[in-house]
Write a protein that binds this ligand. Structure first.
Ligand SMILES: C[S@@+](CC[C@H](N)C(=O)[O-])C[C@H]1O[C@@H](n2cnc3c(N)ncnc32)[C@H](O)[C@@H]1O
Length: 159
């Protein structure tokens, strides 16, 4: 059996907002499929080290990964996150507000493929991507992310 207690205490301590998300998902009957704390910390570090200023995430759920990513941004940075399920998006917005990240995060409610197309049409560019929506479309999302990528962009995918 894996014991992650040591690494979580040392590397990925959560604040009250992140800690509350799993219970909030359970209370609402939403799936418990947020990234775990150590992956959140890894994403934070990847975004921070890469100097990301415009982040695009696919698959928001309760906003756990969104908050980890947005916290790596400079004060002028922006994070856009796309979520198909309006209830998930609503809960994510609550958590993003509680984390004082309203200024930096925009939650887009809609299908990732359609929204990626719109972003491409308006000439948007991003320097960090986190792909964590419906798994069967990951190949397609990767192709789209490459077409929206600024030079030296980082593309991270979960699973
Ligand atoms: C694994 S969860 C995201 C977890 C989140 N990134 C985190 O770690 O906190 C996947 C999310 O993708 C959403 N989703 C599924 N299909 C989608 C689609 N076609 N477009 C956008 N979001 C989608 C689901 O509703 C779900 O909330």
């Amino acid at each position: 059996m894996r014991d992650l207690t040591y690494i979580r205490e040392l590397f990925s301590k959560e604040d009250e907002v992140l800690q509350s998300i799993p219970n909030g998902l359970a209370e609402r009957g939403m799936p418990q499929i947020s990234i775990p704390p150590e992956v959140g910390r890894t994403l934070y570090l990847l975004a921070k080290i890469s100097g990301a200023t415009r982040i695009l995430e696919l698959g928001t759920l309760g906003g756990y990964s969104t908050i980890c990513l947005a916290r790596a941004l400079p004060s002028t940075g922006k994070c856009f996150t796309i979520e198909l399920n309006a209830e998930h998006a609503r809960f994510a917005k609550e958590n993003i507000s509680r984390a004082n990240l309203d200024e930096q995060v925009t939650v887009i409610v809609g299908d990732a493929s359609e929204q990626l197309e719109k972003l491409a049409q308006s000439g948007e560019r991003f320097d960090f991507f986190f792909i964590d929506a419906d798994k069967p479309n990951f190949d397609h999302y990767l192709e789209k992310a490459i077409s929206l990528a600024a030079p030296n962009a980082v593309i991270a995918m979960d699973n």
